[in-house]
Design a protein around this ligand. Structure first.
Ligand SMILES: [Zn+2]
Length: 322
């Protein structure tokens, strides 16, 4: 019986891989550095090594594996199994990843972009279990999204749909240049770094607000990050709370538009920034409701993701579970 699936999550700094049972149990996990700066030949070997290590240490036989699901940063084409040119994987250009891995191990392989994969994992095992029309968002250093229609990922014509993080919110926002090269995408405005940058600018402006935030980073505002902001907000710092609320307002206004477009049954928000919880989600919900023409939107749940640190592995494995 093929009772297991291997999930491999290739990130810019580490490759997290695991063997997952059909019931959703993570049986074995291996984490290796991607060594992305050493180029494609080295990092693909790291991918192979992590799978070898999993098989060796878990005691699970190759014939028990249904398939290898691999998720990587986009842009990639899941249907053709090709990774185009992810900015944080040096030297990866038009890589036929699906073919390379399946040939190397003689096991069926499929690839998927990381946000789509995480969204699907939430549908199978997480906060969107039982739902079929789902909008998934991950907010961390970037903003990734997945559109799930009738229980399946919506891929679009070229396999590159669901890039909701690059919807422009403010085309005049000259100081919010996005990783994609455009200006004022929701990713540039409301991701972790977007929120940090806005707060830093405020703290460096002439009308310096009253706050203890600089003390938390030893006076060096270049060390400011979302954890510090969250910590200050938990201690009641008004300036930090306002920074989180502003992030929530931006996300809410954007999600109002997404609700207009998709009318989903549920919206799931994951990623490191989502761990802030209540103060962020309250503002997101309020502004999403205000910013949509969908009169039923008040009933659309906007909830935190359930799968936390191993979501990448579950996501990668999910391509063989649906
Ligand atoms: Zn963008």
């Amino acid at each position: 019986m093929r009772n297991y699936v291997i999930g491999v999550d290739i990130g810019g700094t580490k490759i997290a891989s695991g063997i997952i049972s059909r019931r959703g149990k993570l049986v074995k996990k291996v984490v290796l550095p991607t060594l992305a700066q050493e180029g494609f030949a080295v990092s693909i070997e790291q991918v192979y090594s992590s799978i070898v290590e999993l098989l060796k240490t878990s005691g699970i036989k190759k014939r028990e594996i249904e398939g290898i699901g691999v998720c990587a940063p986009g842009p990639l084409d899941p249907r053709r199994g090709i990774v185009h040119n992810p900015p944080n994987l040096k030297g990866w250009r038009e890589v036929p990843l699906e073919k390379l891995v399946s040939k190397h191990f003689k096991i069926k392989t499929r690839i998927e972009n990381d946000a789509n994969a995480a969204g699907m994992a939430e549908v199978i095992w997480g906060a969107a279990k039982g739902y079929k029309e789902v909008f998934y968002v991950t907010v961390s250093t970037g903003i990734g999204t997945a559109v799930i229609v009738d229980g399946k990922i919506y891929h679009g014509k070229n396999g590159m749909a669901g890039e909701g993080g690059h919807v422009t919110i403010d085309y005049n926002a000259q100081n919010a240049v996005c990783g994609c090269g455009r200006i004022g995408c929701i990713e540039a405005l409301a991701s972790g770094p977007g929120t940090v940058r806005r707060l830093r600018n405020r703290l460096e402006s002439s009308s310096r607000p009253k706050t203890r935030i600089p003390d938390l980073v030893g006076g060096d505002l270049s060390k400011l990050n979302m954890e510090t902001i969250d910590q200050a907000a938990s201690n009641g710092d008004e300036v930090a709370i306002e920074a989180i609320k502003e992030e929530g307002r931006l996300l809410g206004i954007w999600l109002g538009g997404m609700i207009n477009l998709l009318d989903p049954e549920i919206i799931v928000i994951g990623g490191g920034v989502s761990l802030i919880g209540r103060p962020l989600f309250d503002e997101i919900r309020k502004y999403a409701c205000q910013s949509t023409i969908n009169i039923m939107a008040r009933c659309t749940p906007i909830v935190p993701a359930k799968l936390k640190k191993d979501v990448g592995i579950y996501g990668a494995a999910s391509v063989f579970m649906s």
